[in-house]
Design a protein around this ligand. Sequence first.
Ligand code: PLP
Length: 378
Amino acid sequence: MTTNPSAVTASAATTRATERVFNFNPGPAVLPLPVLEEAQRDLLTLPGAGMSILEISHRAKEFDAILEGAEADLRGLLGLPENYKVIFLGGGASLQFAMLAMNFLPKDGSADYIISGHWAQSAAKEAKKLGKVNIAASTEAENFVRVPRQEELKLDPQAAYVHFTSNNTIYGTEAPAEPEVAAVPLICDASSNFLSRVIDPRKYALIYAGAQKNAGPAGVTIVIVRDDMLAKVPAGLPAMLDYKLQAEKKSVYNTPPVFAIYLVRLVLKWMVSLGGLVSIERQNREKAQLLYDAIDSSGGFYRGTAEKWCRSRMNVTFRLPTEEQEEKFVKEAKAAKLAGLKGHRSVGGMRASIYNAFPREGVEALVAFMKEFQRKSG
Ligand SMILES: Cc1ncc(COP(=O)(O)O)c(C=O)c1O
């Protein structure tokens, strides 16, 4: 009797899917299972292309359709007006730190930076190499347990732009609203809460986000930029670092990260199928609430590290009474299939990253584990 090879493959794939743990990693992070399954199916042959997504040309019509589909879904999800361009770039969010200063920080001008954490500091540090930076506010002296408040911001009405980080991945804080910046262009590093809530895109001159948290795998950064900003891009920039050129060439000036963009395309389709940002935001709010309730009702055993008014819905950071208990918690959680809970090495403690694709059942499993761990710890 011969075995059916495709049946064997299918059952092996099922086994591997059931081996998946709850992945609390901060990024690269969990991806939706239906997306991984579709990518797995397309890996050998992309429908209509007769070859793998890994093998097609970035100039092929199948890839045009992927780029167009991604852009259309992104526009639909955000309600993006016509006067914004969407670009998919390599180099990570960190490249944007320098690129936006190269494009928008004129020699005789300065830019305002709101410092709410490590990544905001990195953005300002890169910009300083290229021009004048004004620190509009910083909560570093408070170990970034909160984001700066509107009334603390020392904004320059002549600034070329204001830069802020909407969610601070390491410290577990999130700006509840955009800073008010009057007519100055607002630029946002949205890497760790991109597409996790409803926003009004018209408040922004430019939004950028590394895909590897909420939008896809590592390797691609999504940039949304308003047309009037593109008009300010100086002539003579290196081609790869020129937003205007990248927008004109529709993300295919050179060979872009094809596979990463393809996965972003699938994630966006999945988000649309969930009902868009209104329902995604509701789910995210509920997931975060479950976890914060568990922390707040633990009688002080678990301590949230962020101030309550600016707690992140994406990265929930907390501490236990001792570092020994924290170490034990991480180890036992991992054995219970709750992976990636160790906080960033610079701050310690715990961090549960619960991005869009992180399932509610995983949060419930963590809450149950936390209760049991506390009970056992007496
Ligand atoms: C808010 C934020 N900005 C920027 C970065 C840097 O991203 P990349 O590694 O894509 O350069 C990160 C990485 O975690 C981040 O969380």
